[in-house]
Design a protein around this ligand. Sequence first.
Ligand code: SF4
Length: 319
Amino acid sequence: MKLLEVKNLIKHFPVKNHKGQVVHAVDDVSFHINEGETLGLVGESGCGKSTCARTIIRIYDPTGGEIIFDGQNLATLSQRELKPIRKNMQMIFQDPYTSLNGRMTVRDIIAEPLIAHKIGNSQKERHEMVAQMLKQVGLNTEHGTRYAHEFSGGQRQRIGIARALILKPKLVICDEPISALDVSIQAQIINLLTEFQQKEKLTYLFIAHDLSVVEYISDHVGVMYLGKLVELSESKELYKNPLHPYTQGLLASIPALDIHAGKITDKAEMSGDLPSPISLPSGCRFCGRCPYAKKICAEAEPPMKEAAPGHMVACYLYS
Ligand code: SF4
């Protein structure tokens, strides 16, 4: 059953001092995630994947499109109407160094969402819930009395996970939760998230620029380029049969994390830079970097089409 369905989502930001110009951060993106599954959303930094996540959770208001979560279109709700729904949608942030309040104890950081959503009848009850949560993320009760700066990056991310999961949300948006961590710690955090998913039947939207991490954790993978979803498929199929030239380039260029061995292997860099999301190229947005570009590619944007069962791609090579 679909828990989240994003339909034609658009998020544009006006450019300061340039009337009429906008940053096309997210342009007509559609996908869904079934309950208990993970969709990995990947692409280079600046491709719009984090903006997409922040728009889904309504940190940003969408410019257009629908965000159907648990049967309700979040795009049309006010912030007041969203408040009770937020309990079921939590976010784990990229940087465990800046996302935790340094002036609060770890226990208070984790208890904060419980207070905001009026969960627990007393402080004692909330502290018990926090102690239980600390244990589940691999920390202990004593850690709750300390401050975030006393912990390593991996431990801080465990605190961030505890804060997000204490509300028992249905959907967790993981915004590059491991990219600021050492490789050996990355594998531990991924394993922790996977364990929680199996135990609590969580649904994840997992954002990363590292395709190898997404392969391990995702049921489906979407690849974004310059605000557009250019390929969407079951995870196994995408890695076996990447169709879009950008996906092929990403697979060839992203260093591979061996989740079991905790080591990284370097690969070749993809050539060219991401064009400006303000002055978009005409036609296919990948045209300037694509080794297979043909005349039509510069003339009109390729539509998303099903190239194989359940395997969608936006590229003229397949239409
Ligand atoms: Fe390359 Fe053309 Fe496909 Fe774009 S549409 S990825 S330019 S072949």
